[in-house]
Design a protein around this ligand. Structure first.
Ligand code: ASP
Length: 419
């Protein structure tokens, strides 16, 4: 019997996972059946994420080295670098702007009683993080002993080291040809392993979603429903209208063509809530389905997975305004501008792991004098919202690769020779 395509399997598995999760959540809490099912889903989902993480660091390292070396050899690195940063900046700014406008219009949380959250806030002690501390932590984290960074999975430090090695390989020229070839082959080899891991994706995604849905406290929806709906709404507007609109304007790639090529990565991001864990799948989709050249995808995706987070940025901005409404503080224009920049900065510093945005959120709240403890209110709903904002984070990286490729090639008189 011929199996349906991997894309179809993944989407079907995601739907089945959600249905299974709803059913599991209705079983008697603590019953053997529920415990066994939750245990099984934790194990299967855990193995899937574990496998993705296993290939992540070697993949980031080789893809950046190869990407940078090839771009540099064709004198394109400067243009790719500038276009990538410009795209990241513009798309994140649009996301935050959308969040601020929508939250000001709909005013979620206004008129709600903070009293009901007082307990949650009292029991929560957040790690205080000032802007200068954040900066130094972020900046110093960029430069690390490469072996420690590789071993600890510090993606950003690996990106920086790989970037420097890529440039050195070009400056060194013929002398280091073998190392560059080795890197190219290592990259191909890891991508082959990613292909194998993807065969497990339907099962892994089903397990992850079943567990997530089954363990959610649905009672919270009533009190936080309005805010959750708003966040989901603006995230969708950004993911379904703004990003595809930018993509179509620059590249003429239609949303449908994009969606077909990006689906595997979007669903994996939804189920894992981690841009980093999804990155092997994102690179695969961008190169193999969306046909972005290796040297561009290999550079934009690993960088984007750690710094370009539209979904996180818009969430942080609207959450800050929501908290302000809850505690009854009216933020003026200057304060909202501060939120605008801090939300971008905070998403830039958030690593691509589940609920990472919650940690950097403290900084956004404190920048305008809101209580950091208010995070306790957001934590219970965070895992659910994390699914869709991570998908949009990953979508932004793929859209960025296509746009950068288009801009760089259209102004290029000396095109990069294809693979
Ligand atoms: N989970 C998000 C990601 O990996 C980060 C966050 O917003 O928490 O992209």
């Amino acid at each position: 019997m011929k199996l349906p395509s991997l894309n179809t399997q993944i989407v079907t598995a995601a739907i089945l996972g959600i249905v299974l999760g709803l059913w599991l959540g209705r079983l008697t809490p603590g019953s053997t059946a529920q415990e066994a099912a939750l245990y099984a889903s934790t194990m299967v989902g855990g193995v899937f994420i574990g496998l993705l993480k296993m290939v992540l660091i070697p993949l980031v390292f080789t893809s950046i080295v190869v990407g940078v070396a090839n771009l540099q050899a064709h004198r394109q690195i400067h243009k790719v670098w500038m276009t990538t940063l410009a795209f990241f900046g513009i798309s994140m700014a649009l996301a935050v702007l959308l969040a601020l406008v929508a939250t000001n219009v709909f005013k979620p949380g206004a008129g709600m009683h903070l009293g009901m959250f007082a307990d949650a806030m009292q029991n929560f002690h957040s790690e205080q993080l000032t802007v200068s501390e954040f900066f130094s932590k972020f900046l110093l984290g960029l430069f690390q002993n490469p072996f420690a960074a590789l071993a600890q999975g510090n993606v950003l430090a690996v990106v920086i080291f790989a970037f420097i090695v890529g440039i050195a390989l070009v400056v060194g020229g013929e002398r280091y040809r073998n190392i560059l070839n080795l890197m190219q082959e290592a990259f191909d080899l890891i991508m082959m392993i990613v292909g194998w891991i993807m065969r497990l994706a339907p099962l892994g995604i089903m397990a992850l979603l079943a567990r997530l849905v089954a363990t959610q406290d649905t009672g919270l929806f009533a009190s936080m429903g309005e805010f959750m709906l708003l966040v989901v709404g603006i995230t969708l507007v950004h993911g379904v209208i703004v990003l595809p609109g930018m993509l179509y304007m620059v590249t003429r790639v239609t949303p449908w063509q994009f969606c077909k090529g990006a689906r595997e990565a979007l669903v994996t991001a939804f189920a894992t809530s981690s841009s980093s864990a999804t990155m092997p799948v994102t690179i695969r989709c961008t190169e193999q389905h969306l046909k972005v050249r290796r040297e561009i995808a290999g550079f934009v995706i690993p960088l984007g997975a750690t710094v370009n987070m539209d979904g996180t940025a818009l969430y942080e901005a609207s959450a800050a305004l929501f908290i302000a409404n809850l505690v009854g503080i009216e933020l003026n224009l200057v304060q909202q501008l501060i939120v605008f920049f801090m939300a971008m900065l905070a998403s830039l510093g958030a690593p691509g792991i589940p609920s990472a945005g919650m940690v950097t959120m403290v900084m956004v709240l404190q920048s305008v004098g809101l209580p950091a403890e208010a995070i306790a209110i957001l934590l219970p709903i965070d895992r659910l919202l994390d699914t869709i904002r991570t998908s949009v984070n990953v979508e932004g990286d793929m859209v960025g690769s296509l746009i950068v490729q288009e801009i760089v090639s259209s102004s290029d008189t000396n095109p990069v020779i294809g693979r």
